[in-house]
Write a protein that binds this ligand. Sequence first.
Ligand code: NDP
Length: 252
Amino acid sequence: MTRMFDLTGRVALVTGGNGGIGLGMAKGLAACGARVVITGRDTAKNAAAMAELGPQAAAFPADLLDPAAPPKLVADVLALAGRLDILVNNAGTNIRKRPELVTDEEWATVLNTNLTSLMRLTRAAYPALKESGRGRVINIGSMLSIFGVPFSPAYGASKGAVVQYTKSLASAWAADGITANAILPGWIDTALTRGARKDVPTLHDSVLARTPAKRWGDPSDFAGIAAFLASDAAAFITGTAIPVDGGFSTQG
Ligand code: NDP
């Protein structure tokens, strides 16, 4: 039974794996035996995360806004580990502004970070994922893949598109043994939402009030879902968007 969750021998690349939700997922994958490679721009955060992930872990610094970064990352992982089985597209950013105030540059930063770089990396990873025979793509969406709020139009557009892109991948690559699923986090205590709570002082309590579990999520809440979706146990699950939100999305 436990063998269906065993990731021994598999190699995972986790973008934004140096902190927050990405590190939570990287820990879950490593705990099930995967060799985990993380990426992020901040080399100090990369080093600290590697120390937490153990001696098998590796990190490659990369700015995913650079179009050359995704193919280079895949090449680096293949040079290091010889294979790539699991791609976790988690890196993301938000610029909080009302729709009427968003500049072209801000729109491009958010869309390129959350959506276009995810597409570039997934496209570059395809041959290796196909070669794996049980390739896995795990994309991180958001509650804003489902809902709208007044202050995150570019973020909401990017995260909605991540879910639809995931369905395209699932449809196109199932015959290659590759599954593609999205995880939709609720409100999770990370650097990203610490910024939001500073900007919107009522946010902390309003999240608690609307979340049936009556707490903010923690990055460790993502270890299990990442390991499960990466495992043989989830071989027939593809094209889904799974909320990990303490029930937030059940409330009207
Ligand atoms: P963090 O800010 O902790 O993580 C964001 C990660 O993305 C960091 O590791 C950062 O690394 C990396 N990153 C950002 N921009 C780039 C870039 N240009 N190139 C490479 N790496 C980049 O926030 P979270 O853990 O909260 O966010 C992780 C994901 O979860 C995001 O996609 C976010 O949208 C999503 N999410 C989060 C929610 C929450 O409540 N926290 C709710 C819904 C979705 P570095 O700074 O080193 O580059």
